[in-house]
Design a protein around this ligand. Structure first.
Ligand code: M6R
Length: 602
């Protein structure tokens, strides 16, 4: 989704901003721009539709300039275009603004405050910069005061960075619900929506809370509430390193991240092991979970699919009932809440607006909450009572892969801890079983050429496809289908194998690819029956089965893994099939169309 980078210091600002925007590319965008003040305080605006490389060609890097703001835009209000691209400027040219988020009352603001001022584009963001200029003009306010007054009027989610031509050596920013951080340095300061945009300059950050505004010069930082109260907050050191974000010798981030999964599982096990070699989580969190009579997992997309795998893990191993909810649906169909619920938010980014909305609701109800996320210090991490980190390293490809397996692994850790607390530890010897799953993943990665062949055989020129399975295999089907559709654009459904015959089998025709997972003894025969049903109607079937349940005629055999952990292993061919099908079709595996890495609007 949209990204922000602002810099005030002594370096050539064009390069700093472009480095930041390039690092934000993975989040998804459709236009981009920068605004800089040169050393004579003249403003220069560059914005383009399309990618950062295109914007780069239009920037004048010879202008001596040390202050600026930049933005990548993922369209919400108004089509992707140069006019709608950020930065936006007030009609009088005094103020320049970039914005992430959605202004809910922008039409009301336009009608109430802007009179006959006409904007150039159709964005909600442009209305805000016009509002600031109008307030400054009508009420004879300084830029900072006009910004403050505007913040009292705007409703919605925002991270803003603002420049005022009357104070070109000051950068203003503010935040509500959208991520924004201050990065600190010697003789410079930055403001970024994601630390990775400035890791080249600094690893020292200060968080900004909702409802705060920031005044930055190259050597000072002032944080205030919108009402003007000063805030003192310590900085922290980001644990990330710029090299974590490089793809090294890999041709794409996606393949790098797929291949990292075995190592991620091992790292999680190592991280959550105590001095006695047992899996452990913080005591208070463990007690809260033990007190609960039901766990609710709330998530979106891939994280939601991981939540479904977490349900049988927790229910079978730790014997606690679990419900899984789509964040975006939660408030429209809230569950009947039991006496002692516990809420787990699964989110790779920790910034997903739909999930955050639910977290805020649950906090009002005062129930215990845990965020399982990959991003330390992310919004959902800060706002939940507890956090467990995925330790997966930055996931850059839009299609989530290692975060999925990491989420399942962390849920397995939680299940193991609770099981031991309840005296149920004999059910599974979790640490070695996770080790076996990690080894199995490596074996599959070594056979990736076979999966490339299968992608070619089954998916080369198809318009649609099905993944089927039962129980845990159904949940892996959901995730494999999401992977395939989001990057290869093949319309794919993940289906409960037994449900096809209740209607959807009507879509199966000569040559329709149906990919089936068989990893569970209890459902293997029934799924084989469903495979025969579709094959006899012309489907091209591809069976991915686990050793011990596989037939010689199956297309891919998964190394044997504990059945409850089978999704960790079965999903790998699903991810690789999506990857190869996308490459074979000539699309960008890392940056699929229309999608953003971190979805910060509801
Ligand atoms: O950051 P989150 O895990 O909360 O994101 C949720 C979804 O947007 C995300 O999992 C999305 O479905 C994936 N990019 C799909 O690969």
């Amino acid at each position: 989704m949209c990204g922000i980078v602002g810099y005030i210091g002594e370096d050539a600002v064009q390069e700093v901003l472009m480095y930041g925007l390039e690092k934000l590319e993975y989040r998804g965008y459709d236009s981009a721009g920068i605004f800089i003040f040169d050393q004579k305080n003249q403003g220069h605006l560059f914005k383009e539709k399309g990618n950062i490389a295109h914007l780069r060609k239009h920037i004048d890097f010879n202008i001596p300039a040390n202050v600026g703001i930049g933005h990548t835009r993922w369209a919400t209000h108004g089509v992707p275009s140069v006019m709608n691209a950020h930065p936006h400027q007030s009609a009088d040219g005094r103020f320049t603004l970039v914005h992430n988020g959605v202004i809910e009352n922008y039409l009301e603001i336009k009608d109430t405050y802007l009179g006959n001022i006409e904007g150039k584009g159709n964005t909600d963001s442009e209305i805000v910069v016009q509002l600031i200029a109008r307030l400054a003009d009508k009420q004879n306010l300084s830029g900072k005061e006009a910004f403050r007054e505007a913040l009292k009027i705007v409703k919605g989610s925002y991270a803003f960075a603002l420049l005022d031509a009357n104070t070109p050596n000051v950068l203003y920013a503010a935040k509500n619900k959208s991520p924004l951080l201050i990065g600190l340095g010697e003789d410079f300061n930055v403001v970024v929506s994601d630390a990775m945009a400035s890791l080249q300059q600094t690893n020292q950050y200060v968080e900004i809370e909702d409802g705060e505004m920031i005044t930055l010069t190259k050597d000072s930082v002032v944080i205030e509430t919108i009402d003007g109260e000063k805030v003192i907050r310590d900085s922290y050191q980001a644990e990330l390193d710029a090299s974590d974000f490089e793809k090294g010798t890999h041709s794409s981030y996606m393949i790098k991240e797929i291949e990292e999964q075995a190592a991620v599982i091992r790292k999680i096990v190592q991280h959550y092991q105590d001095a006695e070699g047992k899996l452990s989580i913080p005591t208070k969190l463990r007690k809260n979970l033990m007190d609960a009579d039901r766990i609710h997992i709330v998530a979106c997309g891939t994280s939601y699919n991981a939540g479904w795998v977490g349900k049988p893990l927790l229910e079978n191993i730790a014997e606690i009932p679990v419900e899984v909810h789509l964040s975006s649906e939660f408030s429209y169909a809230p569950p009947l809440i039991s006496g002692k619920p516990f809420f787990i938010f699964l989110t790779q980014s920790g910034e997903t607006a739909d999930s955050r909305q639910v977290l805020k609701m649950i906090r009002k109800w005062d129930y215990p909450t845990l965020t399982i996320t990959n991003v330390a210090g992310s919004t959902l991490s800060r706002e939940a009572n507890d956090t467990l980190l995925l330790h997966a390293g930055p996931e850059i490809a839009v299609a989530s892969t290692k975060a999925y397996t990491a989420q399942i692994t962390v849920l397995a850790v939680v299940a193991d801890v609770l099981a031991r607390e309840k005296g149920l530890e004999k059910k599974i010897n979790m640490i070695p079983e996770l080790g076996i799953a990690a080894n199995a993943i490596e074996t599959i990665i070594n056979e990736k050429n076979r999966i490339s062949e299968l992608a070619n055989l089954y998916l080369e020129d198809t318009r649609n496809a099905f993944y089927i399975g039962r129980g845990l295999d159904y949940f892996v089907s959901m995730e494999s289908a999401l992977k395939l559709k989001e990057i290869s654009y093949i319309q794919t459904e993940g289906f409960a194998a037994g449900e096809l015959k209740h209607g959807t089998i009507a879509l199966v025709e000569e040559g329709t690819p149906v990919l089936a997972f068989i990893t569970q003894e209890s459902s293997a025969n029934h799924t084989r029956g469903n495979i025969e049903e579709v094959r006899s109607r012309g489907a091209k079937t591809c069976v991915i089965a686990m050793e011990g349940l596989a037939l010689k005629t199956d297309q891919f055999i998964l190394p044997k893994t504990h059945p409850i952990l089978a999704p960790l292993v079965a999903v790998i061919p699903g991810q690789l099939l999506a990857y190869y099908a996308t490459l074979q079709r000539g699309y960008d595996v890392d940056k699929p169309r229309n999608l953003a890495k971190s979805v910060t609007v509801e």
